[in-house]
Design a protein. Structure first.
Length: 389
């Protein structure tokens, strides 16, 4: 069903308790100690291990039923509410890594250990790309206004043991979207072409002698870079987009490097056939000040996330574009001051398009939003489902 994937990844872990997984029963437990029977000795982070008590905290925002199926959603995501009938919310996600770096590595590679290919690299390797002028796997990063912004390492979009031509290419927001793509001063296109032809000849001789597949990769990457010299500037130029379209994504669509602008670019890449488009948005690690920080992060991402789904649908691209929204884990039902800690035993993500049923929820957590207990979806189950599509 799916020909391409757009992954909206919210680094830091959005609180499922305050966005998609409504637990009205938590009102009666508010302020009470989390029962041991719920936690069951589950490992917690060093940031709360020193706490003497673990009081439950009810959802910090209002929820309402939206869409034709009456899906519960929080007031923090008013625009995503408008696409409730297009998305499936998986409320029973389950991971094994409780700290950011191993958890992000896990959900993007299927293992907590370093060195394995990222999800986008597998898609590139397995399916190739219909567009020979752009990479098969593109990464864009935006930074939220949240105080905590974990580092993101290039190995998260690495090809691991696959040929390096399948690694993600990081598009930047400045004047040089891809580093070292421009011709140096005094080098024109014809001279560049002659240089590449000469280098290719030397590399072919090297390959004939040693048979190293990375030599072939080097040749193809030089050629891709040459073609990208014209395709990337055209891709990044959103000035020809109708104002009604950019308005749909919100005022931040005018700001290079913003999440909204990256969503517009993601749709443009989908139109051009790029198979895996990965948007990272940092700043969701709300151990404190969650009542202030979560709405701020949602304001930066909510409208553009919904607009992306709507834009794809109106262009008849949603049916074969799989959009995935989520982070590496959720947040605890217990308080950490005025925030929440990392949580892996039950959290929420959503998917739209690419053959996914809209307007439904899948799986569930217990009445405190702690343990996934119905149709539990492990990280690897999620990978298998995406690959099936």
């Amino acid at each position: 069903k799916a020909k391409r994937i757009i992954m909206l990844f919210f680094s830091g872990g959005p609180s499922h308790i305050d966005t998609y997984d409504y637990k009205p029963a938590m009102r009666k437990f508010h302020g009470q100690e989390l029962p041991d029977s719920v936690r069951q000795g589950q490992r917690i982070t060093t940031m709360t291990s020193g706490q003497k008590s673990f009081p439950c905290v009810a959802p910090m925002f209002k929820f309402e039923r939206v869409g034709s199926h009456g899906t519960w959603m929080s007031e923090t995501i008013p625009h995503i509410k408008s696409i409730a009938d297009e998305i499936t919310i998986i409320k029973s996600m389950n991971s094994e890594a409780i700290n950011h770096d191993p958890a992000i590595t896990y959900i993007l590679t299927g293992t907590q250990q370093l060195g394995k290919p990222s999800f986008g690299s597998w898609i590139s390797y397995g399916l190739g790309s219909p567009n020979q002028n752009l990479p098969a796997y593109v990464v864009m990063i935006s930074r939220g206004s949240g105080a905590a912004n974990q580092a993101l390492y290039s190995r998260l979009w690495s090809s691991g043991f696959l040929p390096s031509k399948h690694q993600g290419v990081n598009l930047r927001s400045g004047k040089e979207p891809v580093l070292y793509l421009k011709n140096p001063e005094g080098i024109d296109q014809s001279l560049r072409r002659r240089m590449l032809d000469g280098i290719a000849k030397i590399n072919q001789e090297q390959f004939a002698e040693f048979g190293d597949p990375e030599t072939q990769t080097r040749i193809s990457q030089y050629e891709m870079a040459f073609r990208m010299q014209s395709s990337v500037p055209d891709l990044m130029d959103v000035s020809k987009e109708p104002k009604a379209v950019t308005d749909m994504y919100g005022p931040d669509a005018a700001k290079p490097g913003s999440f909204a602008r990256n969503c517009v670019l993601a749709r443009r890449m989908a139109e051009r056939g790029v198979p895996f488009i990965h948007l990272f948005h940092r700043g969701w690690d709300q151990h404190g000040s969650l009542p202030q920080q979560l709405p701020k992060q949602c304001r930066e991402t909510d409208q553009a996330s919904a607009a992306l789904v709507q834009d794809l649908k109106q262009r008849d691209l949603l049916k074969d574009t799989l959009v995935i929204w989520g982070g590496e884990f959720g947040r605890t039902p217990m308080a950490q001051g005025d925030g929440r800690d990392h949580h892996i035993k039950g959290f929420s993500i959503w998917m739209a398009g690419g053959g996914v049923k809209g307007g439904m929820s899948y799986g569930n957590t217990d009445e405190l939003g702690y343990n996934a207990q119905e149709n539990v979806v492990h990280v690897r189950d999620l990978h298998a489902t995406i690959l099936h599509q």
